[in-house]
Design a protein around this ligand. Structure first.
Ligand SMILES: Cc1ncc(COP(=O)(O)OP(=O)(O)O)c(N)n1
Ligand code: TZP
Ligand code: MG
Length: 530
């Protein structure tokens, strides 16, 4: 009978050169195991064989006291000499076919992969117990021979493992500060997640490796406890259109009650409009862009909007999103004009690898560019043509790939969390005639996501409790509320007698946002579950 599969939850890869001054290696290893490390790999890149063998033997004794398997990096001779539980080999190390022949039956063998093609080779070979996917983030602990993968590169690799029993850990630059972001994003479109994460410096360089290991385990387990969460409520029964409209409409009360801070890094064309729309709804806008104040701002309850219409504050956008994830605040990303230039596409990729959006909002051209479809073209910041033949299919696929809510605005608006998709048909044609109506939608969506996040966290987590999700609350309803308020306010504005053109329309629009009530939303909403 084959031995049970190891627990890959918290995989320590050793690195003696990273120990803090005066910290004994064996003491650090023992404390790491006390803290919850579940599998260990001894990695010695510049050590003589005799010393490596001695370290491996003593490390195995310590690991086995905790029932934790010990693997050896690269060196099969060492693994054989001290009867290790297995080895980890990279793409340029001993081929797995030979390793499998040389090692005792039942040995654990792991292989490094950096691309879906490399993972497919492992699946085809059928000899590996697990793959090490990375590097997820930049790292100083290994001179990388392949480009940094990024969080969003993990999903396609996990997809190749979906019908296999091969386990998967991620490695490279993983810290307590980016772990939840990493776990949320590193999932295949069909929901295949990691079996664990591998860490070197965050644990080894600590004076208290047990505390670090414990914290990492808490975050991993809290994240695993979350259902396949795409920032939306899990319904026992699919909600009706009326349930969604009522929930969205009543969220307006939470905006006025909690006055969420809506931190908006946006373009210089519409910044004033967005701030006034946020104030009109009853929330509190701040349009800060310096990276130096993002840690403080993230601590104030609310939401973050990142609109990259004019990408002049990329460092601020990177920092703001990182801290918003850390503080579990929802991020709304508006990749304005992403189809227009390669620079916008690479910047969007960098931003989305760094932080996890709760909502991505765009017009059809921008959504097409994100998902790589040619069905709809972009023209600058605008979208050409009549849209997708199957908007629901496109939005579900993108929501599952990006692991968040997708909002597609246009003459008809669509919102999807990957399972549920709604079609919204409110809105005045004049919205399309003013600049920044799409940007306004991003701002109103962020406003309601901030209110929903605050409403759902009325009871702050008890001290020490680790939250397993990046933004509490139903961001799907938040997004619906944001779109409905803007489009219904635009209908009311267009009907006002003093409105004779786009100039009077814009000021009437702000008025109608200011005077909006849940009753007006419920009365006028045109929403279908599709
Ligand atoms: C768990 C895990 N994943 C990846 C690696 C990297 O192995 P490799 O590509 O062979 O590089 P070196 O570690 O040998 O420098 C790993 N060691 N462990
Ligand atoms: C061994 C290895 N393989 C890919 S990245 C890496 C080092 C990861 O170290 P750290 O966790 O300190 O970034
Ligand atoms: Mg190697």
């Amino acid at each position: 009978m084959s031995s049970p599969s190891p627990d890959y939850t918290l995989y320590l890869v050793t690195g003696r050169e990273l120990l803090p001054p005066g910290k004994d290696y064996y003491e650090s290893l023992n404390e790491s195991l006390e803290g919850g490390v579940t599998i260990v790999q001894i990695r010695e890149k510049n050590t003589d064989t005799r010393e490596f063998l001695e370290i491996a033997k003593r490390s195995k004794e310590i690991c086995h006291r905790y029932g934790v398997p010990l693997l050896i990096n690269d060196r099969i001779d060492i693994a054989l000499a001290m009867n290790a539980d297995g080895i980890h080999i990279g793409q340029s190390d001993m081929p797995i076919e030979i390793a499998r022949k040389l090692l005792p039956a039942g040995s654990i063998i792991g292989v490094s992969v950096n691309t879906p093609a490399e993972a497919e080779e492992v699946v085809k070979g059928g000899l590996a117990d697990y793959v090490g996917i990375g590097a997820l983030w930049a790292t100083n602990s290994k001179k990388l021979t392949s480009p940094v993968l990024g969080i969003r590169g993990v999903g396609p690799i996990l997809q190749t493992l979906e019908k296999t029993s091969i386990k998967a850990v991620a490695i490279g630059g993983i810290k307590s500060s980016n772990l939840l972001r990493s776990l949320h994003g590193a999932v295949s479109p069909n929901g295949r997640a990691l079996d664990g994460i591998a860490v070197v410096s965050e644990i080894v360089s600590s004076h208290q490796p047990s505390v670090v290991a414990q914290r990492l385990c808490q975050i991993i387990r809290a994240s695993k406890d979350q259902p396949f969460n795409l920032f939306s409520r899990i319904y026992a029964e699919p909600p009706t259109a009326q349930v969604l409209v009522d929930s969205a409409a009543h969220l307006l009360r939470s905006v006025k009650e909690y006055r969420p801070l809506v931190h908006q890094i946006t373009n210089n064309v519409t910044i004033n409009q967005l701030a006034n729309a946020t104030l009109a709804l009853g929330a509190s806008p701040i349009m800060a862009t310096s990276p130096h104040e993002m840690e403080d701002l993230a601590k104030i309850p609310g939401a973050l909007l990142i609109n990259f219409g004019t990408i002049s504050d990329k460092e601020g956008m990177l920092a703001a999103g990182h801290y918003a994830n850390l503080e579990r605040k929802p991020i709304v990303f508006d990749p304005v004009g992403i189809g227009a230039t390669a620079y916008r596409r690479t910047t969007a990729n960098e931003l989305l690898n760094t932080w996890q959006a709760a909502v991505i909002k765009g017009n059809a051209g921008e959504i097409a560019s994100l998902i790589g479809s040619n069905e709809v073209k972009s023209h600058g910041v605008d979208s050409l043509g009549s849209g997708f033949s199957s908007p629901k299919e496109i939005l579900c696929a993108l929501a599952k790939r990006e692991r968040c809510i997708i909002v597609m605005t246009g003459e008809t608006d669509y919102i999807s969390d990957g399972n549920l998709t709604v079609k919204l048909s409110n809105g005045s044609a004049l919205l399309g005639d003013i600049t920044g109506s799409g940007c306004l939608a991003g701002s109103t969506v962020a406003t309601f996501c901030g209110a929903e996040n605050k409403r759902s966290k009325r009871s702050e987590p008890s001290s020490g409790e680790v939250e397993g999700i990046l933004a509490a609350g139903d961001m799907f309803v938040g997004a619906i509320a944001g779109v409905l308020t803007l489009t219904i306010a635009s209908e009311l504005a267009a009907q006002r007698p003093e409105v004779h053109g786009t100039g009077t329309f814009l000021s009437a629009l702000i008025d109608e946002l200011y005077n909006l009530t849940p009753e007006k939303i419920i009365q006028r909403a045109k929403l279908e579950v599709v």
